[in-house]
Structure formats: C-alpha cells, structure tokens
Ligand binder design. Structure first.
Ligand code: G3I
Length: 359
C-alpha cells in the first residue's frame, strides 16, 4: 500500500478510535453500574467556562468544593455563616443530578484571621459553633462531610507524635477530634462523618508510619465513642513514591475491620517534580499515570471502597497547575487527571473505567 494512503488510513483510524473513545458512557455511569460513586473537585469561580464545566457535568456524580466549603469561606467573620461561595456549586449539582461532599469543617489551615487570633481558651466553643452552624445550613444538601482534614502528623515533620501540630491540637489534644465529630453528629444525624488525610498509600516507611499513627488515633476515637464513620484517603499519588497493592490493601482491611467505610477523596497522580515533562514523552507519561491510578483504585475497590473522587477532572485546572504553591518551577503542565484541556479522555480515564468495571 503506498505510504501516503497508509498515512491517511492511519489518521482516519486514529480519529475513529478517538471518536469511539469519546462515545463511551461517562465515568459516573460506568461506576454506578457497580455501585460506585465517582466524582471530582470543583471550583465555583470556573463554572462559567464551558470547557471546564461541561466535562464535570458529564463525567461526575459527586462534587467536592476545592475551597468553597472551608472555614474561611463558610464563616469569614465570627457568627457570620454564609453559603454564598458554595451556592453556585450546590446549584450546579442540582442541575446535573449530582451530590456534593463537604470539605472540610475542621482543618489546620484555610482559617480566617479571627480564628487564628482567638485566645486558646475560646477555641473549644469556636470549633463547636462552627461545626453546628455550618451543618445547620447544609443539612439535607450535603450528606457526606470531611469533619476533620489532615489531623495526623507527617512522620518526617514530627517524628514522635501522632497528632499534627495545630491550634486545635494545642488547645485540646485529641479531644478536638472527638468534639468535632460529636458536634457534627448532633447537628446532622444523617450525615456520614469522615476523617480525611493524605500520605497513607505508598509502600515505604513514611507511609507505614503515617498509617500506624492514623490507626492509633482512630482506635482512640472509637474507644471513646466518637462517631467517626469513614476514612477519606486523599490518594494524591506522587509517581516517585513506590506503590504496591498489598500494604495499602492490608491497611484498608484494618479500617474496614474497625467498621469504617473507606473513600478515595482527592485522587490525582503527580509526575516527578525533578523530571523534565516533555511534550514528546506524553504517551509514556500518560501511560505511567494511568497505571498508577488503576493500581490504587482497583486495590481500594477490592477492599470495599465505593466512593472515588479525583481532585479535578482536566489537567489545566488541577491544583498542581493552578495553585501557586503547588505549581512546578519550570511551569510545565502536570498531566495528573483523567482528561486533557480539550476534554479528551486520556489513558487515566480509561484506567478508571477499567477499574470500575473490575478489569
Ligand atoms: O476564593 C479566592 C478568590 O476569591 C481569589 O480571587 C483567589 C485568588 O487568590 O483565591 C481564591 O481562594 C483560593 C482557593 O484555593 C480557591 O478555591 C485560595 O487563595 C487558595 O489558597 C485555595 O487553595 C486551595 C488549597 O487547598 C487551600 O485551601 C486549592 O485550590 C486546593 O486544591 C487545595 O486542596 C487541598 C485539600 O483541601 C486538602 N488536601 C490537599 C489539597 C491540595 O493541596
């Protein structure tokens, strides 16, 4: 066959395959067939951009606000609770038959100045009032909350204590965790109450230690009767950290044996900070990202996880490319998510679809 004809045939074959790939049902549908909720994080301020919003409306059954359900958005001044930043996301979800996760009631950051400046003895009352005040507004509209985010100390930062250093820990020790969950339960009896953290996935000593710390803290909470129902595993997966299914699966089995649900709440796959990210390497880069995503998600699903969210859906709007503290010094775009900037489904999209189908 003459070369030119072969090239034309190749190009049309590729176009046909691309068209077919776009025709596959959305991830929300593929996941739902096996009782899995799939979703993604979302920015209210980007909803006016069709290139950003349309794929989210199509692919996601769940949404989690990247910033609009944090303390500095929900109670910017003491006693002034507001859903004004969150409302556009709640309305978008209503229009697209999506559910919204709450992220997050109590965290060591994203706090307004009035909280930072509060005297320590006031923090117990301030925490209780925030959790109760927010849930009074979101009850019936948000049924799944990260009540506390990232309470466990990173072993390389604090080698000898389980609890992250924060204004809450300093004021109340582990008691702030119990207080947050008890207050949330009292304020919204129907909500699923989640403790969310990161660095729990890799197969290396630092993650082993963080998993051990989280298990100790959870055992303490459950022993004291704190109503924690689930653990959100953020699953931000740096490719330069080793991942093997078995230590992660064993950890998930321990959580499930404690009667806890497990969720993957912030999945993305982070290309190595030290490596150059070249255009010509995109096929190999995308394949590596897809393989890691498939390994993590299929392991979690095999251990009973039924909720999977990515932290963004399309690469250009990932926090890794948008958020100044996370952006690469060389400015190269990290390809961490299921779609590219044109909304095309990347190998990671297909890897998630395969994992949801049990393949
Ligand atoms: O809303 C303001 C906007 O009015 C203003 O114009 C803009 C410019 O500065 O800032 C906007 O707020 C930013 C917010 O993202 C938007 O959602 C904050 O400055 C910025 O600090 C905030 O960054 C978020 C960060 O958490 C801190 O809250 C990132 O988008 C978000 O991806 C990141 O997400 C965290 C999870 O909550 C916890 N797990 C790790 C994950 C990644 O760091």
């Amino acid at each position: 066959m003459p070369i030119r004809r072969r090239a034309v045939l190749g190009a049309s074959l590729l176009a046909a395959r691309r068209a077919a790939a776009q025709e596959l049902p959305p991830l929300r549908e593929i996941a739902a067939r096996r009782g899995i909720g799939f979703g993604t994080a979302i920015h209210a301020r980007l909803l006016g951009e069709a290139a950003y919003a349309a794929p989210i409306a199509r692919e996601a059954a769940l949404l989690v606000p990247e910033g609009e359900a944090k303390w500095d958005s929900l109670q910017p001044r003491e006693g002034r609770f507001t859903l004004e930043e969150l409302e556009p996301i709640l309305r978008f979800a209503d229009r697209n038959a999506q559910a919204v996760r709450g992220h997050t009631l109590v965290w060591h950051t994203a706090l307004p100045a009035w909280v930072w400046q509060a005297p320590a003895p006031r923090l117990r009352g301030i925490l209780e009032a925030h959790v109760a005040g927010v849930l009074a507004l979101t009850r019936g509209r948000i049924a799944d909350w990260d009540v506390v985010n990232e309470p466990i100390a990173d072993p390389d930062v604090l080698p000898h204590q389980d609890l992250r250093d924060s204004i809450w820990a300093r004021a109340m020790g582990e008691g702030y965790l119990d207080l947050a969950f008890r207050t949330a339960r009292a304020a919204d009896p129907a909500a699923r109450l989640v403790l969310n953290d990161y660095g729990l996935e890799a197969s290396w000593p630092r993650a082993d230690e963080k998993r051990a710390r989280l298990l100790r803290v959870l055992r303490g909470m459950l022993g004291r009767g704190a109503p924690v129902q689930a653990v959100g595993i953020q699953a931000h997966m740096p490719l330069d950290q080793p991942f093997a299914p078995s230590p992660f699966a064993a950890f998930l089995r321990q959580l499930r044996a404690m009667g806890l649900d497990v969720l993957l709440t912030e999945l993305d796959v982070i290309e190595p900070a030290g490596a150059p990210l070249r255009e010509e390497d995109i096929p190999a880069r995308d394949a590596a990202v897809a393989a890691r995503a498939h390994a993590v998600v299929s392991t979690a699903l095999a251990e009973g996880c039924r909720t999977v969210l990515t932290w963004g859906l399309a690469d250009p709007w990932s926090w890794l490319n948008l958020w100044p503290p996370a952006r690469r010094p060389d400015g190269a775009e990290v390809r961490a998510l299921p779609l590219d900037g044109a909304g095309r489904r990347k190998p990671m999209w297909h890897a998630l679809a395969r994992a949801f189908e049990g393949r």
